[in-house]
Every structure is written in C-alpha cells, then in structure tokens.
Design a protein around this ligand. Sequence first.
Ligand code: EPZ
Length: 420
Amino acid sequence: MDKFVIEGGVPLCGEVEVNGAKNAVLPIMAATLLAHDVFTIKNIPLVRDVYTMKKVLEVLGCRIEIDESGHVMIIDTRERKGWEAPYELVKQMRASYYVLGSLMGKDKRARVSLPGGCAIGARPVDLHIKGLRSLGARVSVVHGYIEAEAEKLKGTKIILLGRKGPSVGATINTMMAASLAEGETVIEGAALEPEVACVAEFINKMGGKVENAGTPVIKIKGVKELHGCEFEVIPDRIEGGTYLVCGAMTGEILIKNVIPEHMRAVIEKVKEAGAEVEEGEDWLRVKKRELRGTDVDVAPYPGFPTDMQAQFMAAMTIAEGRSVITETIFENRFLHVPELMRMGADIKIEGPSAVVSGVPSLSGAPVMASDLRASAALVLAGLVAEGRTEVHRVYHIDRGYERIVEKLQSLGARIWRERE
Ligand code: EPZ
C-alpha cells in the first residue's frame, strides 16, 4: 500500500491539465456492450477505476487496448460472450453495475453482483431495478447477485425519482437498456449531471435515439441495433473543481481542459469564499485571496456536487469565520472530518451538517484516507498545513485522480509517494 508524504506551506503556482471524466468514461465503457463492434474512446483518464472496468469487460470476453500516452482506448466487443459481473470486481468498484443496463439492452440477460454498501453510505440500487422492471424485465436478487432477464424490453414511462432525488446511475442504466427496447421510453425525474448527457451522446453516436438527456425528462426511441464509433470523453469537472479549490488555498493555478459551465456551482462558491476566478472557454485561472467562511448545501446537478464537499471543507478549515456544510446525498460522507480535526481543524457535526470554524493554520499529521474525495481533501489540507503530513491508504485517490502527485509537484508542491 502507498502513502503520500507532503511538506506543507509551499505556495503553488503554474498550470495543470484536467483529464477525462471518470464518471463518464465508466458508463461509456459499459455502453460498448450494447453492440458487437469496435470502439475508439479518446480523452480517457488513466485512473484505477478505468482499469477495473477494463477487467469487467475482459471477463465478458471483450478485448481492450489502452494507448496510455495518447489517453485512447480501443474496445472490441465482437467476441463478447458472457453476462456476468462477478463479486470480486463489483466489490472493488460499484460502477461495474453499469453492465446491467447494457447487457439487458443487448441480450436481455445479465447477472451482476450486488455492490453492497460503501464507506460513504448504504447506496441502494432500488431505482436501477425499478428501471429495468418497468421495461418488462424479471429481476431478482439471488445469492448476492442481481439476476435480470426478459424475452423483450418494451418502452414505457418511468419515474426514477428516489427519496434523495434523481439517481445518476439508475438514469444511465435505464437509458442504456431502453436504447435497444421496443418503442419509446420516457424517463421522468432523470438526473441532470453532464455525465448523463455525455453517455446519451455516446449512445447516439452508436446509432441510438436519445433526446433531452441533461433535462429531467429523457426520451429514448428504441432502435434495433447499435454500432461501433469514435468518441471523446468530457473533462472531469470534479478533478477540475479539486484543482480550483487547491488554487484558492495555495496560490495561483491555470486549469486547462475544463468546461466551466459544468463547474458553475463550484466556481460560484470558490468566488464567494473570496478567491479570484477568471474563465475562458476551456480554462479557469484561480488566485488565492483571503478566504472567508462560506455555507454550502450539497445538491444534485446543477447544485454543488457531493463529490466536491470534502475538498471545499478542507478550504473552509482555514477560512476566516464559520461555514456550515450540509451533505444530504450520502449519509456518511463526513469521514474526512475526524482526520481534518487531527490536523487542527475545528469542526462539529450536527446531523447532516458540519459546522467549520476557521483556524489560522493547520498542522501536518498522519491521516487516513477513507474514500476518493475525502482523500483529495486530506491532500489539500496537507498542502497548506505546517510541517509534514502523511496520507495513508491513497489507493482511494488513485481510483479517480490521474498522476495527482506529479501534477501537484509541477505546481511546486513538496509531495511524494512512498511504499508503506
Ligand atoms: C454517482 O454515483 C457517482 N459515481 C458518484 O461519484 C457521485 O457521488 C454520485 O453519482 C452523486 O453525484 C459514478 O458516477 C460512478 P446516485 P451513483 O445514484 O450513480 C440514492 C465519486 O466520488 N439512490 O446519483 O451511485 C443514493 O443512495 C463518486 O466519484 C437510491 O436511493 O449515485 C444517493 O442518496 C462517489 N436508490 C442518491 O440516490 C438507487 O437505486 C444519488 O445517488 C440509487 C441511488
């Protein structure tokens, strides 16, 4: 297992290039199962979750090549035979469940391990099952697996809104299955995240007919067959947001290869917190200024993303005054709080809110990463802390941030990776 060692307090300055969106490329890789053909996917991030999804597809008989220097992946699904995503892989990465929608679409048959809970919450899959059942599939949970089958899938109207609002995963899984169903499907209460629209665009490039993805009502006209294509993944708005907050805490960073529109809520909050942000068509420049306490309520897109909550909290620990940060999407997504407190942060958890009282400085300490975004928050805290911080269990961060150590080093940070 690796750890990061950070010597904090060094101002950062320079430019950083954001990679493709992890949460778009994972469902896109799964969506290639909707055809037996060859695909070229560009702008893929070289992160561990992508390699796990590669294994899921390989277990199903696909051939995959990655050109790492070009960030391009070739997926050949022509000899795909299987229908199962095994527990060994799904337990490593929940997003493996995306093969449920694509296998059901293509073959009307799938067996996918139930992912179970994870560090940030219970994460049920009832809406995924609802989507498939509405299309006419028989779905059961047997021996820890979701087993689904149908003679045919039939388009219909499906309301996918859950107790916590829309679901990104259930919207995408249903959209994939419906793209090869008979007739028209209307998904109401669909998730609005840019990753949903990106997957829809990919399906359309395969010859599908998905309309209005990115709005609450998506229409899918089922087609008989889909085919291979070439596609470029959108930039990762959460990686971009992480460097934005990083710049607001440490110096001045030019962030390249982003779509600022996808990051609007985060840009607004970073500005409200006092940082200067300039933007162009595909870049952002952030400059550190005196940070002030700023409240945040996490919400589905276009609201402030849950995936940026931990990083923003790291910034608020050193802001002037008080911030109330409320997380309503995942019930257990404050695992970074006790670790930030080990570094001298003043935070109290009150139900779904964390009340952060800014302190003049953090002090470096050994801390433990518990999930992907919590780890990023600890790295940001380490960069501004006095002295040495060790972030343990960084395999979490490798799931979603490509070459974060090298990117931060290029900005002047004193950070390196060590074997435990
Ligand atoms: C996606 O997870 C992302 N993962 C998450 O990113 C992100 O935090 C989340 O969306 C919210 O934006 C991927 O895209 C691979 P949801 P997903 O279904 O699709 C509840 C990261 O750090 N719900 O939109 O699993 C659920 O419990 C990760 O990159 C149900 O009740 O999230 C949650 O409260 C972590 N029933 C809410 O909906 C269901 O069947 C939103 O979850 C499904 C979800």
